[in-house]
Design a protein around this ligand. Sequence first.
Ligand SMILES: CC(C)(COP(=O)(O)O)[C@@H](O)C(=O)NCCC(=O)NCCSC(=O)CC(=O)O
Ligand SMILES: Nc1ncnc2c1ncn2[C@@H]1O[C@H](COP(=O)(O)O)[C@@H](OP(=O)(O)O)[C@H]1O
Ligand SMILES: [Mg+2]
Length: 371
Amino acid sequence: MNSRLRPWREAATVVLAAGGGGEASGGRAAFDYEVLLLRRSPRSAFMPSAHVFPGGVADAADFSPEWLPLLPAPPPAVRAGGPPRPPLFAAERPELGSPLPGEVAFRICAIRETFEEAGVLLLAPADQGRPAPGRPARLLPAGRLPPAAELGEWRRRVQRQPGAFLQLCRHLRCAPNIWALHEWSDWLTPAGRAGRGGRRYDTAFYLCCLGQRPPPASHDQQEVTAYQWTKPPEAIELFKSQDIWIPPPQFYELCRLCNFPLLHDLHKFGFERALEGCERWMPVLLIASDGYMQLLPGDELYPEDPDFTGERKPMLTTNKKIEDVLKEAARLHRIVIQDLNNVAIHVNVQPKYKHINPLPLNTKTGNNSRL
Ligand SMILES: CC(C)(COP(=O)(O)O)[C@@H](O)C(=O)NCCC(=O)NCCSC(=O)CC(=O)O
Ligand SMILES: Nc1ncnc2c1ncn2[C@@H]1O[C@H](COP(=O)(O)O)[C@@H](OP(=O)(O)O)[C@H]1O
Ligand SMILES: [Mg+2]
C-alpha cells in the first residue's frame, strides 16, 4: 500500500464464528457458536496485549494478478449489487498495477492473516466452482492438507513473505474461500489514538461463519501470544472481569453478535446484509471530566466535518461529567469509556444499510441483565 498517500495503513480482519446446530432458547448457554479471539503480543507497537480478531495490514501480494486464475467467480448476488462502499474497497490502486478489486484483495488479506496468526486455513478446493452463500462455510477436509510439520513450515514462509500464500494455495490446488467472508463493517483508528510511530488503520471487518465445531488453532508466539474460541457474551464477561482487554471496535462488534444466539441466524443476517452496503466509521473522541466517549456517525455530537488526519481538531473536550453529557443528548451513537474495562455503548439511532445495533451491555459489574 502506498502509505505516503494516506496517513493510515489499510488492513482487514475476520470475525470468525464456528459451531451451529443449536436450539433457540434464552440465556447465554443458548449460544451455539464461538468466535476466535487472539491476544496481541505485549511487544506490539499498536494495542499491545489486546484481544482482537485475526487480521493485519494488506500486502501488495494480496493484490497480485496471479490470484485471478485461481479464484472462483463471485456469487451472482454479490456481482449484481452496487451498494455504498467504504473508500477502502472503492479506491483504485494503479501503483500496484493490479486488476484485482479491493473487495477481493482485502478478503485474501484477512484469510492470509488468519493463517499466519492462528494457523486456521480458510480455503476451498479451486475446482469447487461458485460457492453456495446460503450456507455457512466449511474448512477443507483434513485429507487435503499437508502434514502438520509441513503446514507449519508454510506458515513461517507466509509470515516472512506474504507472496508464499499464493504458492501454498497453488500447491494445495485450493483458493482462499473469499466469498465465505461477508462485509460487516469498516473502522478507522481515531485521530488521536494512533499507536507508536503514528500507527492508524483503516480496517475492513468481515464475518465468516463456519458450520462446524471450532477448528484447532495455534498462536505464533510472536505477533500473537494466545488464542481462544469464546461465545460472544462470554468474551464480554471476560472483559468485564478484567481478564482480557478488548478494544472499542471489537467490543462493539461482539455486542452486535450478542443479538444472534444461533450461528445459522448470524450467517443468514451477515450474508444478506452485506449486499446492502457499508460505511467507514472513524470514532471522534470527546474527553469529559471523568472519562471519554467515542462518538460515532449518527450521534448528534458527531462533527459534520470530522478531522480525519488529526491536523485540525482530533479531539473534543468538555468540563462536564459523562453522566451530564449523556443526559443532554437525544440522538445517541457512542461508546462511553469510564475506565479501561468499564465500557458501555449508547445507541438509539437506526443503523444504516440494514445493520443491527449492539445489545446495550454495560460492562460495569451487575449490569449485563440482557444476557
Ligand atoms: C488488524 C489490526 C489493524 C492490527 O493490525 P496488525 O496486526 O498490527 O498489523 C487491528 O488493529 C484492528 O483490528 N484494528 C481495528 C480498528 C482499530 O484500529 N481500532 C483501534 C481503536 S484504538 C482505540 O479506540 C483506543 C481507545 O480509545 O480505547
Ligand atoms: N515477535 C513480535 N512481537 C510483537 N510484534 C511483532 C512480532 N513479530 C511481528 N510483529 C509485528 O506484527 C505486525 C505485523 O502484523 P500483521 O502481519 O498482522 O499486519 C508488525 O507490526 P507493524 O506493522 O506495526 O510494525 C510487526 O512488527
Ligand atoms: Mg495482526
